[in-house]
Write a protein that binds this ligand. Sequence first.
Ligand code: 13P
Length: 275
Amino acid sequence: MWNSRSHFWKGVSSLIPNNRKALIAGNWKMYKTIAETEAFFTEVAPLVKGVTHCEVVIAPPFTALRRAAELAESVGISIGAQDLHWEKEGAWTGAISATIIRETGATFTIVGHSERRQFFGETDQSVNKKIGAALSAGLRAIVCIGETLQERETGQTEAVLNRQLVNGLAGLTEPEFSPIIVAYEPVWAIGTGRTATPEIAQQAHCFIRGCVGQIVSPTVARGLRILYGGSVKPDNIRGLMEQPDIDGALVGGASLQAKSFASIVHYQVMEAAKF
Ligand code: 13P
């Protein structure tokens, strides 16, 4: 069933076959001015230009989106926002809509990052509305889910992930999933240096794919790219990428330096590529 926002994504699903294309995304959080963004792209351009084995995305602060989009185009990097508001426009002081993001040249947005959930009152319901707004404006959505340490230690990981998926993805039709990417980011691994082992991450990714299979359809689940996020570094990306259900990474701290980000992008030739 196509609805009003599906037209953006006609034909896109065929670009994402079951052999899922890897995606490496950098989430800069509240780092980098426009000048620092320019310096990053100058340095990263020769290191990642011509990469075809994976898609590469950078999510700078809102203020640097436009300049980043200009600089990224010739390098083959896509640009994403870190958040958006679900309304098209209105009296929402400090908020940014999908349309405003789209105008900068950005084509992705992160939705439901755990820092938004923890510190800015993001809920599964607001995540759901934001996904709808992103798709309506033609933005791809990287939807973040993940359990806290306390939830993991009390055996609630699967229940939490399932709840975030059921509520966050509620009401989406099958065709609307082609621009959706899920990022599994266990909160206890973010910015702590404590990465989930490849086995723990794989287990969660496999569970997430199974949930999507039940919530939506096995076909959508097979085609869905699931990224891992949480202390991803050049020295642990390879083990993560070797897992069958890990299709890429959402990188925080290590995406701020061009060299370490490029090393992560080149995860498959880590031994040879010493930047
Ligand atoms: P770190 O890679 O700094 O742990 O951050 C992960 C993250 O939150 C990416 O969105």
